[in-house]
Design a protein around this ligand. Sequence first.
Ligand SMILES: C[C@@](CO)(OP(=O)(O)O)[C@H](O)COP(=O)(O)OP(=O)(O)OC[C@H]1O[C@@H](n2ccc(N)nc2=O)[C@H](O)[C@@H]1O
Ligand SMILES: Nc1ncnc2c1ncn2[C@@H]1O[C@H](COP(=O)(O)OP(=O)(O)O)[C@@H](O)[C@H]1O
Length: 309
Amino acid sequence: MTASRLVPGPVTVRVPAKVNLELLVGPLRDDGFHTLATVYQAVGLYDDVTVAAADTWGVSVSGALAAGVPTDADNLGLRAARLLADRYAGGPAHVGIRKGIPVAGGMAGGSADAAAALVGLDQLWDLGLDRDELEEVAAELGSDVPFLVSGGTAMGSGRGERLAPVLARGTYHWVFALAEGGLSTPEVYAECDRLRAGTVVPEPVATPALMAALRTGDPHELAPQLTNDLQPAAISLRPELGETLDAGMEYGALAGVVSGSGPTIAFLVENNEAGIDLAVALTASGVVRDVRRAAGPVHGAHVIHQRAD
Ligand SMILES: C[C@@](CO)(OP(=O)(O)O)[C@H](O)COP(=O)(O)OP(=O)(O)OC[C@H]1O[C@@H](n2ccc(N)nc2=O)[C@H](O)[C@@H]1O
Ligand SMILES: Nc1ncnc2c1ncn2[C@@H]1O[C@H](COP(=O)(O)OP(=O)(O)O)[C@@H](O)[C@H]1O
């Protein structure tokens, strides 16, 4: 065996985007976060993140959606790598991100890259961390990073980082309407506070009717349960999103909701064919910049390739 064979080869991890089926925003906490009751679903739009041993820490970003992603120490994939190295043993690494998730779109693309870097480096550095240990580090990086480690369909409480499983049957088909430019998550939360000023905001509790709908596996049951407390704030900051929602409903969506903090709009459709029809109609209408189709739930961050060097 040669010495070079002892260096583990690059590890590639595929990680999905998310949509919030329900996003109930409670009061602002003293630490600047809001209490949430949310139900996440991982959907099949992916970033591929390759981690490799390197002489110095570094990150690179590629793909049609790479614009606007930082390539310095602010990059969430790189931040995740360095945090994991601080917590456990691990030398410098390069994080290569191929973006397929819209940036600043409310689909948790940055969080996804953080989750993927953790899963990839756990393997590269042979740390043998279990799901709970990975999710603990993930929570330090962002409220929805733990969910991108696990994927599927799950409830999030606390600031969104405390996960509990949800029984969801079947596969749901989505069409995502991408907007021009992103929205800043803190600004959307701040706008939500501004719109609700003077009202008493209760502690949020996940809706039993949503859980019941997910157990049926029927998109017609799920459609009326989609809800997002950040939607009025996103529309207030970006009024044209109202037009996109109207267009999607007119062209046959079962329901439409702003994805997380927006500005992506998630449309639930009956099946794959209905998704193709809606995507074509939205594109032809000129109302949206671009569309993507995806199904959910899908698995969270998972290794798809390790090169044997
Ligand atoms: C809104 C959601 C819905 O799932 O996702 P996105 O749509 O942005 O992807 C999440 O709450 C975003 O989670 P994440 O993007 O990880 O945000 P974090 O880095 O934890 O927090 C960024 C900022 O958002 C605000 N924030 C976030 C979570 C929370 N429960 N309350 C908040 O007020 C705070 O201002 C915080 O400083
Ligand atoms: N790896 C990354 N991918 C995308 N955005 C990142 C990444 N690292 C840091 N960011 C920053 O995080 C911001 C939010 O990005 P993203 O996670 O895609 O959106 P959202 O929070 O709306 O889901 C971006 O505007 C960008 O400046």
